[in-house]
Design a binder for this molecule. Sequence first.
Ligand code: C5P
Length: 248
Amino acid sequence: MKPMRADIYCAIDTTDMARAEALATQLSGHVGGLKIGFEFFYAHYLLGYRALADKGVPIFLDLKLHDIPNTVAQAVRALLPLEPGLLNVHAGGGAAMMKAAADAAAEAGDKGLSAPTMLAVTVLTSLSEADLHAMGVQGSPRDQVLRLAALARDNGLGGVVCSAHEIEALRAEMGPDFKLIVPGIRPAGSASHDQKRVMTPEAAQQAGADILVIGRAITEAANAGEAARAIMADLAASAPAGQAEGQS
Ligand code: C5P
């Protein structure tokens, strides 16, 4: 276990530009960052991205890049001017692809840009053990997650996106500095929606998560800023003494 204070990134899962901008404005100062994924990015591309980033909140650009190493490296280079704080690839692209992505991200400094922390998606949580077997992957999803996380680390990536129930095993295997970014988080008493295996923010922090990705529990609240502020306050109250915000 890693005693630390987790941060919150709010998932902006909408194609509605006005709603996304309003959320970014309400959440500025109340969350550590925003997660922009396929839904918003493919609807609004770079201009939409910049409109949200201009609110001054760090961005996790969740584009799950997966292609041959050269193509992924060029995609990372193309995205560097956006200066996302976090950017991800699929670990299933393999060692050479992850290394190419990490190397491309590291070129940011030469261009006067800040480099994103590069993350890997290991096994999609929508895949069961039977699904993996059908794809020729033996063993449990957890074994595969740990194997791919180690491959990601060994090829220069800074962390993984993982389910809450993988935090402790990954933290134990990967050490204190490997970033664990965790969706499927629900404050106690809130609706679980389509998420089957959820964890509270405090439990995920306690297990060793670095960043909690929270969408609807914040975006569907009557006051998104207030909902985020309340979760951050609960995290602060349950964090080990002396831990600064977001410290890892
Ligand atoms: O609304 P909710 O808090 O469930 O949103 C969670 C966000 O995290 C969504 O953007 C979802 O796509 C993403 N995500 C997830 N589970 C994963 C990976 C990503 O819910 N395993």
